[in-house]
Design a protein around this ligand. Sequence first.
Ligand SMILES: [Fe+2]
Length: 389
Amino acid sequence: MKRLRIFAVAFCLPVLLFSQNITITHGPYLQKVGEEEVTVIWTTDKDAVSWVELAPAGNDSFYSQERPRYYDTVYGNKVVGKLHRVTITGLTPGTEYRYRIFSKEVLGYEGHRILYGNIAASDVYSRRPYAFRTLDSRKEKVSFRVVNDIHGNTDHLRALLSDVKRENTDLVIFNGDMVSTVNEEEGIFRGFMDTAIALFASEVPMYYVRGNHETRGRASSSVYDYFPTPTGEFYYAFREGPVFFLVLDSGEDKPDSDIEYSELACFDDYRSEESKWLEAMVMTPEFRSAKYRIVLMHMPPVGSTWHGTREVARKFVPLLNDAGIDLMICGHTHEYGFFGKGEKSGINFPVLINDDETCLDAEASDKITVKTKDLTGKILHTHTFYLQK
Ligand SMILES: [Fe+2]
């Protein structure tokens, strides 16, 4: 919100004299960033129709010409609501774009007619427009950060990611348990997204990996609405530079029948379905042809005899063992851990577990280098992984 100056358009209908200005309450932030598409997400305090205006990178004013508009639509209609998600397709890989967001308040309906109110928009007059870059599988290098188990501690999140910028980081991964429970959708912003947006998420792509805590709470079934993926599930894949990233959802940690889940959990069946997707995914040419393959999963398949750990070890690991995985990155334990390739029986790839008070600062090019950094930025561990023969 710091960069966002909201203003209302002055030439409104008389009916607007009775309305308060619409306000952008959270965002914008980027999701589902690919080589040819992006989704821009934000919220408003009033119902609105929303769109994004897109411009190529450049030093000319955003006002220099009319920019193409992309609307939030569903089934052929523009969406009216407070959560706005605009997907733009047909972009060029590895290309920088500028963007501006707009929400036009919907005051009400008169039969089939809609009464519109004011417009809220991001400021391109006194501020630089937002910008982002699409992914590029031809790039030789990718740099990325990983944090996990923040559990709503925004001070920690800020300390771990305050230096993330488009110039030094290609993408950021939130590897689960960013909050402890999702009882209200507002908690997603209060717990971590407002901080992420203030630091980088309007301009640097962020990929979300669901943690077991984010499966809990009254609003947990709405979490996907805020973190859409190419598959429509919390398990998905994307490619940036030399790395194919495989995102897995490890589900809950205890048996589905545990009293803590109040008879709502069905994660055994869910992980079985996910394993079918995984089996097909590791056979695709896109996966097979990548220089490196990195798995992101909240719960590690090692270090515990709990049910969830045993499930991912049984349902996912055999498929991954045959898939040429260069590294698996996990969290969940709130403790650093590293198991080299073959060090744990039955696991044929290295597993790195990030602590809840450290981030991973990683780069992949002719090799993969991962540094664990504490809240002060001090490097605690460095791991290097070389290209598999
Ligand atoms: Fe966890």
